[in-house]
Design a protein around this ligand. Structure first.
Ligand code: PMP
Length: 285
């Protein structure tokens, strides 16, 4: 069945949705995006994603094309029209279409705004959430502004393919001996009950799930350290896990072929997943 998608103010069938070949998102990856998960037909952490979108746009000197309540209405309409029970809403904003030039076009060039849904039945109960993920480590070859959620995703995509070629599920990226993050998630280890995850900075994306999970962990009296950790430290940890809007909290059970802990999802990751799902469902919109 054809989905309804949103393009520049209109709700249209996906076959009829088009953007210009001159779009700067296409030519320069000059655009930002967000992915908001949908559980039981409701949006998880919508405000966090909207706030990060506004920040990404501002870091790239782009205006915010739609007020937050208008954006929420578009999300809700797409979820309703496409009958999304569990899945995602993808949103992308680019600097718009202009004759190809490295310099930005005039500020009055209309931005391109696209939103579409992906249905993912059973999103919160994926097989990988029960077994955990295997990751391999690869050098982090991305640019230095990973805190801006741009559509410049070629390296993470290459890293994901390399992980698959090595028989793993995903890659953790490493810079100066320390893990930055996963290809599309934030990375954590647990040692003697302490949760360790890299501190915020331009080296990682400021995950919306990360921020909620750390808040819930602290509220549950768990100890949290925000600092860099090495691959060796991760392999010797009791547990490892990742967070993202689409995977919530998912255990990592192998790193470069070595089992983490006993090789099964650990109690801290399982508990945080449960708390995150419970709490975020309560506040879902
Ligand atoms: N890091 C990277 C590189 C990502 O692509 C993502 C997912 N967009 C995350 C972390 C997790 O962020 P969030 O929890 O906001 O989905």
């Amino acid at each position: 069945m054809s989905r309804t998608v949103y393009v520049n103010g209109e709700f249209v069938p996906e076959e009829a949705a088009t953007v210009s070949v001159f779009d700067r998102g296409f030519l320069f990856a000059d655009g930002v995006y967000e992915v908001t998960s949908v559980l039981g037909g409701r949006l998880v952490d919508f405000d966090g994603h909207a706030a990060r979108l506004e920040r990404s746009l501002s870091e790239l000197d782009m205006p915010v094309p739609l007020a937050r309540d208008a954006l929420l209405e578009i999300h809700r309409r797409l979820v309703a029209d496409n009958r999304i029970e569990d899945g995602l809403v993808y949103l992308q904003v680019t600097r718009g279409a202009a004759d190809r030039d490295f310099a930005y076009p005039d500020a009055d060039t209309p931005q391109t705004v696209v939103l579409f849904t992906q249905s993912k039945p059973g999103l919160a109960d994926s097989p990988q959430s029960r077994t955990g993920l295997s990751v391999v480590t690869l050098p982090d070859l991305r640019w230095d502004r990973r805190d801006i959620k741009t559509v410049q995703l070629l390296y993470p995509s290459m890293a994901k393919m390399e992980a698959r070629a090595r028989g793993a599920d995903d890659a953790w990226m490493v810079e100066d001996g320390a893990v930055t993050e996963g290809t599309s998630n934030n990375a954590y280890i647990v040692k003697n009950g302490t949760i360790v995850t890299r501190q915020l900075g331009s080296e990682i994306l400021h995950g919306i799930t990360r921020s909620a999970v750390l808040r819930f962990a602290r509220e549950a009296q768990m100890k949290v350290e925000e600092r860099a950790f090495t691959v060796e430290e991760a392999q010797a940890a009791d547990e490892a896990f990742v967070t993202s809007a689409s995977s919530f909290v998912t255990a990592v059970t192998r790193i470069d072929g070595r089992a983490v802990g006993d090789g099964a999802p650990g109690p801290v990751a399982r508990r945080l997943r449960e708390i995150y799902l419970d709490e975020s469902l309560k506040s879902a919109l």
